[in-house]
Design a protein around this ligand. Structure first.
Ligand code: ADP
Length: 696
């Protein structure tokens, strides 16, 4: 009996659960027909139990049941029933008794709707927040940002008043921006006394406190009496306050939050319960204002820097403009000078392109500036002319200052003599950038020189014939064959003979120099032993040396030079003669020859070696500043030399012409009162240099 009772109790218990369950339960036969449903199932299907009994469940469900593979949770939809579409979740329990299966269903429609609504709300809020943030961020001007913030918050919250209150360092503060409905009194610009915003409030806000007060007068609002009074003036019933914090440098390297102000919303018409969303929105917008404050500070800094730099730049531009004006002015002046000069002035770069040329190019050569500027020398002058000038151009571009003369037909149709000088333009690190070219017309000078030479030549020739006969007549007189002379007469005759000899010597020298200079004579060069040249010189000068009490010596050598024997003996004789003349008696004049090591390393003439001849004396010496000039015509260190020593001042000029005619150089070195050494170089003759060797 007890077992029966127990079973009955259990049954009634299950029945109670079945009847009262909020979950819909349907018992189906093997063909999915409803054999039993609970009230929750009737509610779900929207029909009474009687109507449902015997109906196939497939009439209600959109998906069909698979009992081979019963599912624990399937989400599907009910077929439209009473115009409503419901989403359900069901579980299949197979074979709860023989031939019966159980289907447990739960209505998900409300749950889904609620979830969708929450999501919608969430998206709306995100969009709203994004929209307001964007509006705030669109401006870089702080006052605009703050105004946008209050206007937007007021619009979204539908608050009666929204304001931004700025906290000052002394504890007071003032609303600086406000959006208020027309029905309510504006509060902007009113300074709040310190007691309505005490220090402990400030501290709490600095820590991020948000205050949402539904009813400012309510006890639990815990608002100080003085503050309630203050708020009454502005009809404030509810308020929501969030701090605006600014991240600033507090200590060296440490950053922290500073309470910059408050974002406040007031409700004045009636009390208002601030929702979590509203609080959150205010909070987030206050954060955005904090960021904007930081950015505007940076911007202000940046603007300061920009202003400072702009001022500096302006100053720099001023200085530069002035410098440019000055430069242009000086350039104009230079151009004016360059154009006014009666010479060709040009600058040619290292690639042989003209970079500058003065006006004279147009008047002399009939070349327009555009026909010259930036063009290559060959293009401007033509190939033939370029061939002639290019060796000098090459030298200038190697860093050597070169001067040469050339004849050229100018625009007037006449051939002019021109002197051309190239001066290399050398910059730091010895880099050659180009050269300056100066060309002057020396036709007049040349004509005068020619006339002078001709005059000298004519005069010398005209003098030589009578001089020769005077000289011979004097010699005959001196023999005494035409009668004897008194001793005074003999002395006078001797003086006349000496002076005539000097005159003959001078005239011969003048004619020699003139002939060599004019290129009328050709050097008859051949292989000559240096030793032979020196021996012959010594032989010729022996008597003169003995008369002066001078010893002549020479160092033997085996060098062979390529030279005109007679002219070189003339050169050596002149140098030895000077050495004897200017040496004290009882001293030695030494002749020597050596291979010239410097000229040997000449990269351009590697195959040519030079022999340096030297004539050394122990005489009075030559001052340093005269070492160059003595090689010019009629130059003597002491003007009395010609009288005392009997010279003409032409000997060294002739020597230079002869040596240069051999491709050599001549110079002197001297120590005053210790002696002088005269050097000259001649090309060495090597068997390979010339085909035939013809020793004389
Ligand atoms: P000159 O016929 O007058 O010697 P040069 O042309 O040969 O003409 O020499 C020019 C001048 O150079 C001389 O007048 C003299 O002043 C100086 N000179 C030449 N050789 C010597 C020397 N060896 N020692 C000192 N002075 C010299």
């Amino acid at each position: 009996m007890a077992g029966v009772k127990k079973t009955t109790t259990k049954k009634s218990l299950f029945k109670a659960v079945f009847q009262n369950s909020t979950v819909a339960i349907a018992i189906l036969d093997s063909k999915d027909r409803i054999v039993e449903v609970n009230p929750a199932a009737c509610k779900l299907f929207g029909a009474g139990k009687k109507k449902l009994m015997g109906k196939s469940i497939e009439k209600f469900l959109k998906s069909s049941l698979d009992w081979q593979n019963p599912q624990e949770r399937v989400e599907t939809q009910l077929k439209e029933y009473q115009g409503e579409l419901k989403t359900v979740e069901y579980s299949q329990v197979k074979d709860v008794s023989s031939q019966h299966n159980l289907l447990v269903l739960r209505d998900l429609t409300d749950f889904q709707r609620q979830t969708a609504a929450e999501l919608d709300l969430y998206y709306q809020r995100v969009e709203l927040f994004a929209e307001v943030t964007l509006k705030i961020r669109q401006s870089l001007q702080l006052h605009e940002i703050l105004q946008t913030a209050v206007t937007e918050v007021q619009r979204i919250l539908q608050a009666d008043r929204v304001l931004i209150y700025q906290v000052f360092d002394n504890g007071t503060g003032m609303p600086i921006k406000e959006a208020v409905l027309p029905d309510f009194k504006p509060i902007i610009g009113i300074e709040f006394p310190e007691e309505v915003f005490p220090a402990d409030y400030r501290q709490l806000y600095t820590k991020g406190r948000v205050r949402a007060i539904t009813d400012v007068r309510a006890k639990n609002a815990d608002v100080a009496e003085c503050l309630i009074e203050f708020m009454d003036q502005w009809q404030i019933k509810s308020k929501l306050v969030v701090p605006i914090l600014q991240n600033v440098q507090i200590d060296q390297g440490i950053k922290g939050d500073r309470l910059w102000g408050l974002l406040i919303a007031h409700q004045c018409q009636a009390i208002r319960d601030w929702t979590e969303f509203e609080q959150e929105l205010m909070q987030q917008l206050a954060d955005q204002i904090g960021i904007a404050l930081l950015q505007s500070k940076l911007l202000a800094n940046l603007e300061g820097l920009v202003a400072e730099r702009t001022a500096k730049l302006r100053q720099e531009i001023n200085v530069r403009t002035k410098a440019e004006v000055a430069l242009r002015h000086s350039e104009e002046q230079l151009r004016l000078i360059a154009n006014g000069l009666p010479v060709l002035i040009a600058y040619v770069d290292c690639h042989q392109h003209y970079r500058f040329n003065n006006q004279a190019y147009q008047t002399w050569l009939a070349l327009d500036p555009e026909e010259i500027c930036d063009r290559h020398l060959a293009e401007v002058h033509g190939d033939d002319e370029y061939q002639q000038i290019s060796p000098y151009v090459a030298k200038a571009l190697e860093g050597e200052t070169v001067t040469y003369e050339r004849d050229l037909a100018l625009q007037d149709g006449c051939v002019h003599s021109l002197s051309v000088t190239y001066i290399p333009h050398i910059q730091q690190q010895n880099m050659i950038q180009g050269f300056f070219a100066l060309t002057s017309d020396i036709s007049d000078r040349k004509a005068i020189e020619r006339m002078k030479d001709e005059f000298i030549s004519v005069v010398s020739h005209e003098l030589r014939t009578p001089l020769t006969s005077i000289h011979s007549s004097l010699k005959i007189l001196a023999t005494g064959k035409l009668g004897s002379l008194s001793s005074q007469g003999e002395r006078m005759l001797k003086i006349a003979d000496e002076q005539t000899e000097r005159l003959v010597h001078l005239v011969n020298n003048v004619l020699d120099l003139q002939r060599i200079q004019s290129g009328k004579i050709t050097m008859n060069k051949q292989a000559c032993k240096a030793r032979d040249l020196m021996v012959e010189t010594v032989q010729a000068m022996k008597t003169f040396a003995q008369e002066q009490g001078i010893r002549l010596s020479f160092k033997p050598n085996e060098f062979v030079v390529w030279a005109d024997r007679d002219y070189i003996i003339q050169t050596l004789t002149n140098l030895v003669s000077n050495a004897i003349k200017f040496s004290p008696s009882n001293s030695t004049v030494i002749l020597s020859a050596a291979i010239d090591s410097q000229n040997n390393s000449d990269s351009k003439h590697q195959s040519i070696s030079y022999i340096t001849f030297a004539v050394q004396d122990r005489g009075q010496g030559i001052p340093q500043d005269r070492l160059e000039t003595i090689f010019e015509r009629f130059q003597q260190v002491d003007s009395s030399d010609s009288r005392k020593k009997g010279g003409t001042g032409l000997g060294l000029a002739i020597c230079r012409q002869i040596v240069e005619g051999h491709g050599g150089q001549i110079w002197a070195e001297s120590c005053f009162e210790q002696g002088s050494t005269f050097y000259f170089t001649l090309p060495e003759h090597k068997a390979s240099n010339q085909q035939s060797i013809n020793f004389s």
